[in-house]
Design a protein around this ligand. Structure first.
Ligand SMILES: Cc1cc2nc3c(=O)[nH]c(=O)nc-3n(C[C@H](O)[C@H](O)[C@H](O)COP(=O)(O)OP(=O)(O)OC[C@H]3O[C@@H](n4cnc5c(N)ncnc54)[C@H](O)[C@@H]3O)c2cc1C
Length: 398
């Protein structure tokens, strides 16, 4: 039975995360929004020192989602600066063997700050993941990777900090389509892997988003995710492609949790401002008696809560080892749309206060949109939901 009554530990975790970001993120939020590509080094060092507290860990369960909401209530861009295995780690979790988990992630908490990135997208391949052109060619005991990956979150940090890693999807056989797709782990500092450029973005400017080039980049044969023997003979829908989809099942609700945090930041700001002006929302009042403003606020809250419940359900199902592709995509599609609408409405309600750089609301509106783009756009997640509900295959509903 699903029960989202929070345990005392979860409540403590939420409170600790809330207090931490109020102190650490909010005061520097505007600075790093205005200084794109400047690394918040002092903050990163503090986050790394405090890693054993567990407040800043990513995680992929209900408790983590509740914490991530708070962290992104603080600042979604700075949340994406927190050191850790990140999306690269999620790919290893979804597709790796026990030995690979230990080898690639076992030492992540040791030494200095490090990051894990996941690189799937190319200039001609984003929504259509099967269009990958990066190649992996076997040469004896090694793979040789070639290709260019764009829009890689944590890209620069993962490539340049010792101990980091990049999980990269490449094809071992272009003619095989999805069946040729495999995932590989490239450790930071591997010759042949380099950052080509950093994106300038609309929002989440503190997050580094890189183009990574693989130029005859050699990695050990064992760095193909999953069991190499199985991978080489599996010509069906492949563990590589399935691994990519399994990664998304885990990461989409996390992006949804990020979205919810940004949405709540905007909602809290509007409600606090109205309250300070003596305007109360009459929640129980009959619909025909509500003002337009009250209806707007109630609709924003309903969207926020619906997105949150879908997100918690998707993660709860994952923790029960239940297939959650449908629920993950539902949560991501709803949360991406909800946060876009909530933040835009918040700016609209606040008028010039919402548009002014004096407050963070305009920034949250810019930060919001990415949640409707990465880890599958809103349209793609809706498509997945429709396929699952109608029982259509990928080829029957495109
Ligand atoms: C800041 C940022 C960070 C990112 N981080 C990462 C990362 O860490 N790793 C990574 O691999 N990628 C990352 N991405 C890439 C992101 O996941 C892709 O941009 C996204 O999946 C969309 O793919 P695309 O760019 O090819 O767009 P396209 O697929 O070209 O989509 C363009 C538009 O067409 C719509 N569309 C496409 N196909 C369909 C369809 N069949 N039906 C209806 N509508 C459709 C899309 O919804 C979208 O609105 C990041 C992107 C950004 C902007």
């Amino acid at each position: 039975m699903i029960d989202f009554e929070l345990t005392p530990e979860q409540q403590e975790g939420i409170k600790a995360a809330h207090e931490a970001v109020k102190e650490l993120f909010r005061p520097v939020s505007r600075y790093y929004d205005e200084h794109e590509h400047e690394s918040p080094q002092e903050l990163i060092d503090q986050l790394w020192k405090r890693r054993s507290e567990g407040i800043f860990n990513m995680g992929m369960d209900v408790t983590s989602a509740l914490r991530i909401e708070e962290l992104c209530w603080g600042d979604a861009g700075l949340f994406l600066c927190i050191p850790g295995p990140g999306l690269g780690g999620a790919a290893v979790f979804a597709s790796g063997t026990k030995e690979q988990l230990q080898r690639f992630l076992g030492g992540f908490n040791e030494g200095g700050p490090k990051w894990g990135a996941m690189s799937m997208t190319e200039s001609g391949c984003g929504s259509d993941t099967s269009a990958i052109t990066a190649t992996a060619v076997r040469d004896g005991a090694e793979w040789v990777l070639n290709g260019e990956k764009i829009f890689v979150t944590w890209g620069k940090r993962a490539v340049e900090n010792p101990g980091g890693l990049v999980a990269v999807w490449a094809t071992v056989d272009k003619s095989a389509g999805r069946a040729g797709m495999k995932a590989f782990v490239v450790p930071a500092g591997t010759p042949g892997m380099r950052v080509e450029k950093l994106e300038k973005k609309l929002g989440i400017k503190a997050s580094d988003t890189a183009t990574i080039v693989f130029d005859n980049c050699r990695i050990p044969f064992e760095n193909i995710l999953g069991s190499p023997e199985v991978k080489m003979v599996d010509k069906s829908e492949t563990k590589g492609f399935k691994g990519a989809m399994a990664t998304f099942d885990a990461t989409r609700p996390i992006v949804a949790a990020m979205a919810i945090g940004v949405g709540r930041a905007a909602l809290d700001f509007v409600k606090e401002t109205l309250e300070n002006e003596g305007i109360k929302i009459r929640y129980g009042a009959p619909r025909q008696k509500l003002t337009a403003l009250e209806r707007d606020i109630i609709e924003m809250e309903a969207n926020y809560k619906a997105a949150k419940l879908l997100t918690l359900r998707a993660l709860w199902m994952m923790s029960q080892f239940q297939p959650n592709s449908l629920e993950s995509s539902m949560a991501k599609a709803k949360a991406g749309l909800a946060v876009t609408k909530i933040t835009q409405k918040a700016v609209e309600i606040m008028g010039p206060l919402g548009y002014s750089r004096k407050y963070l609301l305009e920034k949250w509106m810019r930060d919001a949109k990415i949640n409707d783009i990465f880890e599958g756009t809103g349209q793609i997640n809706m498509l997945i939901v429709a396929r699952r509900i109608l029982n259509y295959s990928r080829d029957q509903l495109k």
